[in-house]
Design a protein around this ligand. Structure first.
Ligand SMILES: Cc1cc2nc3c(=O)[nH]c(=O)nc-3n(C[C@H](O)[C@H](O)[C@H](O)COP(=O)(O)O)c2cc1C
Length: 164
């Protein structure tokens, strides 16, 4: 899949089904996250992988109505960033790189909110994250063949030439 096709076909999918996903694929996905741009090249992100069913259920309980579909994931990536000035921008760049890599590997996922959420502390506690880190996002990964019917604003509605 080429880059533009990968960007254009990525969608958040919440109806995940199980299946096998090899460790090399998981590592390939995280590798794309680690290579995202970061302000001053600080590279503040850490990526926690959760495969264990019991742990996935516990996370689903903690996150609650934001992501009931988390329990159906084959595995889940939880992104944390050191609390530096641009932690959120850096963490979001890593999140999008990861979502694109997931799409490239023919897998499905959804961006679940982290920063600013009331469950951020409990997610970090559950995963033994040391203090000084912010929860950026939670990414449940699995298989899905459903095409979500999501409307996007058209190019001519958002593009502004020379002035707004
Ligand atoms: C910062 C951020 C937080 C999000 N949090 C959630 C969430 O908690 N639960 C969820 O189901 N989707 C969440 N989403 C996914 C959005 O709902 C989704 O990206 C949006 O509807 C557009 O659909 P698309 O990703 O298929 O283009 C989040 C997306 C972003 C960028």
């Amino acid at each position: 899949m080429d880059t533009i096709e990968c960007i254009k076909t990525r969608r958040c999918k919440r109806n995940l089904t199980s299946g096998e996903i090899k460790r090399e694929i998981i590592e390939g996905i995280i590798d794309c996250g680690r290579l995202a741009p970061t302000a001053n090249n600080i590279q503040p992100c850490e990526f926690v992988i959760v495969n264990d069913r019991k742990k996935l259920l516990k996370l689903t309980e903690i996150v609650g109505r934001n992501a009931p579909f988390l329990k159906d994931a084959v595995f889940c990536i939880i992104i944390f960033a050191k609390d530096v000035k641009y932690y959120l921008e850096d963490g979001c760049a890593a999140t999008e790189n990861i979502l694109l890599a997931i799409n490239n590997f023919g897998l499905s996922a959804c961006w679940v909110a982290g920063d600013k959420k009331e469950y951020a502390f409990n997610v970090a506690k559950e995963l033994n994250v040391p203090s000084g880190f912010k929860l950026i996002s939670i990414i449940p990964v699995g298989y899905s063949d459903k095409k979500p019917d999501i409307q996007k604003r058209k190019l001519n509605e958002v593009i502004h030439w020379e002035k707004f």
